[in-house]
Design a binder for this molecule. Structure first.
Ligand code: NAP
Length: 243
């Protein structure tokens, strides 16, 4: 199947990480669909992508973090694009450092879990059936290495939320070992930023997007975790390993 016949749904495609992936996929000739709760974010995404590829980008206003919202968004999406062949899930938030656990409330923890885990689970439950039984389809999770250690004081709930997303991906690999769809995870152990917000050691979201788009394009592995510690890993971990 040519890239132009594939339709990639990027969950969280209006975010920092997701928008780089959307641009790279469009540049490779894929059709791309993005659902966001915020029309303004979708407009900003449209201005980021290459003008010649804009016609291949479909945007839907919706909330994939609730069961009803995700089901509604799926219907709207299928009406607009007909089918989905690939999904990239990049839901969550960029950073959280609100303080140590004793300063936080249950509501704060609930928000973190809702943002990093519940939305990932709910959207997977709704969208995975579109791709699960086809070996030419892919489902790729973007996760953060923050789940393995406390990054710095005050970031504890980020660790808890990111760890739950890592565990969810592991559970899927082990519960569905034979699923035909290529199920992969990209674990990013460093910051990701847009070019205007780059800091030393961070990944440019466009470079990360190119590497993730290459992974989606090749479809050569499944049930794998691609770990990215630094910019050089984008080439070795994601691009070369798939050749
Ligand atoms: N940025 C980094 O430095 C970094 C580093 C390592 C790993 N990561 C991982 O990359 C992923 C994305 O991060 P990001 O930096 O791109 O975050 P972001 O810019 O805040 O974007 C996150 C996206 O998630 C969606 N989202 C959040 N909560 C939701 C909910 N309850 N229901 C539906 N959608 C929801 C948002 O959708 P709307 O458009 O609807 O608001 C948004 O598009 C996260 O899993 C994060 O752990 C990020």
């Amino acid at each position: 199947m040519a890239n132009s016949d594939r339709v990639v749904l990027v969950l969280g495609g209006a975010g920092t990480v997701g928008s780089g992936i959307v641009k790279a996929l469009l540049d490779k000739g894929f059709k791309v669909a993005v659902i966001s709760r915020d029309d303004g974010r979708l407009e900003r995404l449209r201005s980021l992508v290459s003008p010649t590829t804009q016609d291949n980008l479909t945007t839907v206003v919706g909330n994939v973090g609730s069961e009803d919202g995700a089901a509604e968004a799926k219907e709207a999406l299928l009406r607009a694009v007909g089918k989905v062949t690939d999904v990239v899930s990049s839901l969550g938030f960029s950073w959280w450092q609100e303080g140590p656990p004793h300063t936080q409330t249950l509501k704060d923890l609930h928000w973190v879990m809702e943002t990093l885990l519940f939305s990932t689970f709910v959207s997977w439950k709704v969208f995975f059936p579109l791709v699960r039984d086809d070996c030419s389809c892919t489902y790729t999770f973007i996760t953060g290495g923050a789940g393995e250690k406390l990054l710095m004081p005050g970031t504890g709930f980020l660790t808890i939320g990111a760890a739950s997303a890592l565990a969810f991906c592991q559970v899927l690999r082990e519960e569905y070992p034979e699923v035909p769809c290529k199920l992969n995870q990209v674990k990013i152990n460093t910051g990701v930023a847009t070019p205007d917000r780059m800091r030393p050691g961070y990944l440019d979201h466009l470079d990360l997007g190119e590497a993730v788009a290459a992974l989606v394009e090749r479809r050569s592995s499944s049930h794998s975790v691609f770990t990215v510690n630094c910019p050089a890993d984008l080439k070795t971990a994601l691009l070369e390993r798939n050749l």
